[in-house]
Design a protein around this ligand. Structure first.
Ligand code: FAD
Length: 362
């Protein structure tokens, strides 16, 4: 059975950043286990019509620029190509496809080893950097009648582009950036209705680094208390970009409140009004992918995983319940820029843990 100093779980932006810094700090041996068949993290699964001009901006991984591209290039091609090149260039020890199924303490082990069970064997390790993102844990709320709907339920993860929905009657559920983007491309070709539980929050101030920092601070506050994290976008507010203007002119963003129930051929509001519908798109977000960590009992009484910031009071990466477990891309670091920063902090925290508290040297 392999014994390593660190197992990094996941090779998206977060896992690659952590791996880069672990290598730079000389932590060895370590391994990155990734469930995907190919490099690219969740980006390889994003829909074909998501171009590099649609994404909010991909922060560079440490030490290598994002390759040349045009605004029209597909994000699900450019980013995976970038990650593949990154893994090769820095010779990162990524093993795939390997899905981690559980992480648990080795009973009565004086060294405090952890047992990492996977679809391709078992690793023993002294620490874990969890970088599993959210894409594999789509969240869909329950509404009465869901099971009897004769049309299609689609979550954001199932969306492939506007073409297959042309001419259909589509309800888009959700008040986040994905809903706004999907309405932007669907409304010119389909009949769309936007429903949200709460009034959408539109950004009224310019997005400056300071606004971004304050938004991240709000999410940090939540993970410091052990509350379930919210997305950073949920606190920065929504914005319409040039590519959504056409849909806006067509009335896409005249939002309606949430319907009360789903009927076989459409949705009905509590007022009694009814809309016939072919497709319901649930742009209702994601939850952190942490099911494989259940045996560690990391959840706080508030339902989230409480993290502390090991160095700078700002980058929250380390579980308060078990300091051998570090999180990158969770809560406030669930953006490409946040993942970069958290990868560095987690690597330093791991090194400090492994050297019995001595400060990182590189
Ligand atoms: P992922 O890219 O999801 O990588 C996680 C990896 O872990 C995957 O390869 C997965 O297979 C693997 N994994 C999961 N579970 C296991 C397991 N049990 N065992 C082994 N491996 C496992 N952020 C931005 O900064 N800019 C943007 O423009 C932007 N656009 C977005 C658009 C959409 C539609 C969405 C949903 C999110 C967007 N984000 C954006 C947020 C973005 O997802 C994150 O910033 C970042 O890319 C996530 O990186 P990650 O490494 O945390 O997760």
């Amino acid at each position: 059975m392999d014994v390593v100093e660190v197992v990094v779980i996941g090779a998206g932006q977060a896992g690659l950043s952590a791996a880069h810094h672990l290598k730079r700090l000389g932590v060895s041996p370590f391994v990155v286990l990734d469930a995907n068949e190919r490099p690219g993290g969740a980006w390889q699964h994003r829909w074909d019509s998501l171009t590099m001009s649609d994404v909010h901006g991909i922060a560079e991984l440490p030490g290598m620029a994002v390759p040349e591209h045009t605004p029209a290039d597909r994000a699900n091609v450019i980013v995976p190509r970038y990650f593949a090149e990154y893994e090769r260039h820095f010779d990162l020890p990524v093993v795939r496809p390997v899905r981690v199924t559980s992480v648990a303490p080795v009973d009565d082990d004086p060294d405090g080893l952890l047992r990492v069970e996977t679809t391709r064997g078992t690793w023993l390790t002294r620490s874990v950097v969890n970088a599993t993102g959210t894409w594999e844990t789509p969240f869909m709320p329950y509404y009465p009648g869901m099971g009897r709907f004769r049309g299609r339920h689609l979550h954001t993860v199932d969306y492939r582009g506007p073409d297959e929905l042309a001419g259909k009657r589509v309800v888009v559920v959700g008040g986040g950036a994905s809903a706004v983007q999907l309405l932007g491309e669907l409304t010119p070709v389909a009949h769309t209705i936007w429903v949200t539980r709460r009034e959408p929050v539109w950004r009224t101030v310019e997005f400056t680094p300071d606004v971004g920092r304050r938004a991240v601070a709000l999410v940090e506050e939540r993970v410091a208390q052990g509350l379930p994290p919210r997305s950073v976008v949920s606190v920065t507010g929504l914005v319409l970009r040039p590519q959504e203007q056409r849909a806006a002119e067509l009335g896409a963003y005249e939002r309606r409140p949430m319907f009360a129930r789903i009927e076989p051929d459409g949705v009905r509001w509590s007022s009694g009004s009814f809309e016939p519908v072919d497709v319901i798109i649930w742009a209702t977000g994601f939850r952190p992918t942490v099911g494989h960590l259940g045996a560690l009992h990391l959840r706080s009484e508030h339902g989230g995983i409480r993290l502390l910031a090991p160095f700078d009071q700002h980058t929250f990466t380390t579980s308060t319940a078990d300091p051998r477990i570090h999180f990158v891309g969770y809560g406030p670091s669930a953006s490409t820029i946040g993942a970069n920063r958290a990868g560095r902090t987690a690597a330093r925290a791991v090194q400090r843990q492994l050297t019995g508290g001595r400060e990182a040297v590189a």
